[in-house]
Design a protein around this ligand. Structure first.
Ligand SMILES: C/C=C/C(=O)SCCNC(=O)CCNC(=O)[C@H](O)C(C)(C)COP(=O)(O)OP(=O)(O)OC[C@H]1O[C@@H](n2cnc3c(N)ncnc32)[C@H](O)[C@@H]1OP(=O)(O)O
Ligand SMILES: NC(=O)C1=CN([C@@H]2O[C@H](COP(=O)(O)OP(=O)(O)OC[C@H]3O[C@@H](n4cnc5c(N)ncnc54)[C@H](OP(=O)(O)O)[C@@H]3O)[C@@H](O)[C@H]2O)C=CC1
Length: 445
């Protein structure tokens, strides 16, 4: 690995040099173990501790197949899907690997007793498989996490609709929280030159997801002037949704849970902010009963902030806890777009407010190839910025995932894989200087 790192850090290394570098037989990777899937049985979700289930293992290098690339991972990031994997909820991810493994001879590689997790990376291409012409060893890249086979016509218009659609590093093996990752080459995108490795690795999954969910016509198709209610507006998804709303001329109404998070939203340029803790909304009277009076109180607060208007688009992901309120506060003809259910996937809402007011609920999941590319392009152009707050070593990934599970983090949490320290990999210092305040907005808070 040292030779690989030296090559990446030397400005003189050519593509031919990278292609000639010997690859190691094994590398370090963050894993969960198949024989530990029951380790948290009987515990409440909150008490399942990723520090116990995530391991740093030496694993063998996988075989490289057609249309694939092996990438030296300089940095990665923690996404909530890695939290789900680490607590084996709602399902153990080994079921996904087994199912994938049954689809082809090559896919069998993924069905292993360990799962290398992680759905973001920034790094350098080491090898490409047969049929890959667009990328070469030495290319500096980020990878989005959409893995598709594209053998069925169903995904040809929107690659998210491929029947064999998977999230890399969650429903496939050989993910990004490792020194080397295996991706399909069409996951690769150019690394934005003005960002360090860890900054470049931070936006990928959440930025692409927020782009489809909020901006794309496949999602809410946000337009100028829309009132957009953004739950968790300083979190992983929300910190990008807030930027998209502001950059697109919409009016974000940011929901957060502390004054510190409210300040972060203000510093991004948002003005309408609701501190759900300080204002004490209790949408559920007990485990089974919601309180419509609290939906109404929440809606009144939104009207105060918007000058009497209701919400055009709700950016939903907390799920059970908030969904009833989200449907209620949406204007006539408005849209609730959802990509997750962190607090529970069995939602309840009063359907009268949906049908009588002609509202729509849109399900959204990650982003298709084109949407992921467009979202990365906005990062590369300095229109949208990484929201990296804190960076951990690969050894401390369990702690990083614990922080995200316990909602102790801000924005995105990064992980250094091969990069020995933060700040490396910047190729365009002039552009960086132009955006340095925005790039650092979430750091160390
Ligand atoms: C980018 C980042 C994203 C995130 O972070 S998202 C958050 C993390 N992700 C999650 O929490 C989601 C985890 N995944 C799941 O929980 C499960 O993955 C799903 C619930 C999404 C799906 O479960 P499944 O077991 O795959 O689906 P089924 O439909 O319950 O079972 C499949 C079997 O059911 C058959 N089936 C499907 N549709 C129908 C139908 N309409 N009528 C009758 N049968 C149906 C299939 O064919 C198949 O059958 P056969 O088992 O025999 O192959
Ligand atoms: N389908 C897809 O493609 C994707 C789905 N996801 C899913 O989306 C969810 C959020 O991901 P991400 O944004 O990265 O996670 P984060 O934890 O970084 O941010 C989520 C934020 O939501 C807020 N929140 C959490 N629970 C509640 C609640 N019960 N009520 C109100 N607000 C709440 C918190 O903000 P605060 O405390 O300030 O209110 C939290 O910071 C996860 O379940 C994840 O798996 C993520 C990416 C892609």
């Amino acid at each position: 690995m040292k030779e690989i790192l030296d090559a990446i850090q030397s400005p003189d290394t050519t593509s031919a040099d990278f292609a000639a570098l010997p690859l190691p037989e094994s590398y370090r990777a963050v894993t969960v173990h198949k024989d530990e899937t029951e380790m948290f049985a009987g515990l409440a979700t909150r008490d399942k501790d990723p520090r116990k289930s995530l391991h740093l293992d030496q694993v063998p290098l996988p075989e490289l197949g057609p249309g694939e690339a092996l990438v030296a991972v300089m940095a990665s990031s923690v996404n909530y899907n890695s939290v789900w994997t680490s607590i084996f909820e709602p399902l153990s991810t080994f079921g996904f690997l087994e199912r994938y493994g049954r689809t082809s001879e090559l896919a069998k590689r993924h069905d292993l007793p360990y799962h290398i997790i992680g759905s973001d990376l920034a790094g350098v291409v080491l090898r490409t498989g047969p049929g890959v012409n667009a990328w070469r060893p030495g290319d500096e890249v980020v990878a989005h996490c959409l893995s598709v086979e594209l053998e069925s016509s169903e995904g040809h218009n929107d690659t998210m609709l491929d029947p064999e659609q998977r999230i890399w590093g969650f429903e496939t093996n050989f993910g990004g929280l490792a020194e080397i990752a295996l991706v399909k080459s069409n996951q690769l995108m150019p690394k934005p030159g003005h960002l360090s490795w860890e900054e470049a690795a931070a936006p990928g999954l959440v930025n692409s997801t927020a782009y489809r969910q909020l901006v794309s016509r496949n999602g809410a198709g946000m337009k100028q002037g829309d009132n957009v209610l953004i739950w968790g507006a300083s979190g992983g998804l929300g910190s990008y949704a807030t930027q998209f709303a502001l950059a697109g001329g919409a009016n974000p109404i940011c929901v957060v849970s502390s004054e510190q998070k409210a300040d972060i939203c203000r510093s991004m340029g948002a003005e309408a902010i609701i501190d759900r803790n300080a204002e004490g909304y209790k949408f559920w009277k007990d485990e089974h009963t919601q309180d419509p009076k609290e939906w109404k109180r929440f809606g009144k607060r939104i009207r105060e902030l918007t000058g009497g208007e209701d919400i055009d688009i709700v950016f939903e992901h907390p799920g059970r806890e908030t969904f009833g309120a989200s449907v209620y506060v949406t204007r006539k003809g408005g849209t609730i777009t959802t990509c997750a259910s962190t607090s529970g996937y069995m939602h309840e809402y009063d359907n009268r407010y949906l049908w009588m007011s002609l509202k729509r609920i849109i399900g959204s999941h990650f982003a298709n190839y084109r949407e992921a590319w467009e979202a990365n392009r906005l990062i590369a152009k300095g229109k949208i910025h990484p929201t990296l707050s804190k960076v951990y070593s690969l050894e401390d990934t369990g702690q990083a995932a614990y922080d995200v599970h316990r909602n102790l983090h801000q924005g995105k949490v990064g992980v250094l894989c091969l990069a020995p320290e933060e700040g490396q990999g910047v190729r365009d210092p002039e552009m960086r200087a132009q955006h340095i305040d925005a790039i650092n907005r979430f750091r160390n808070i």
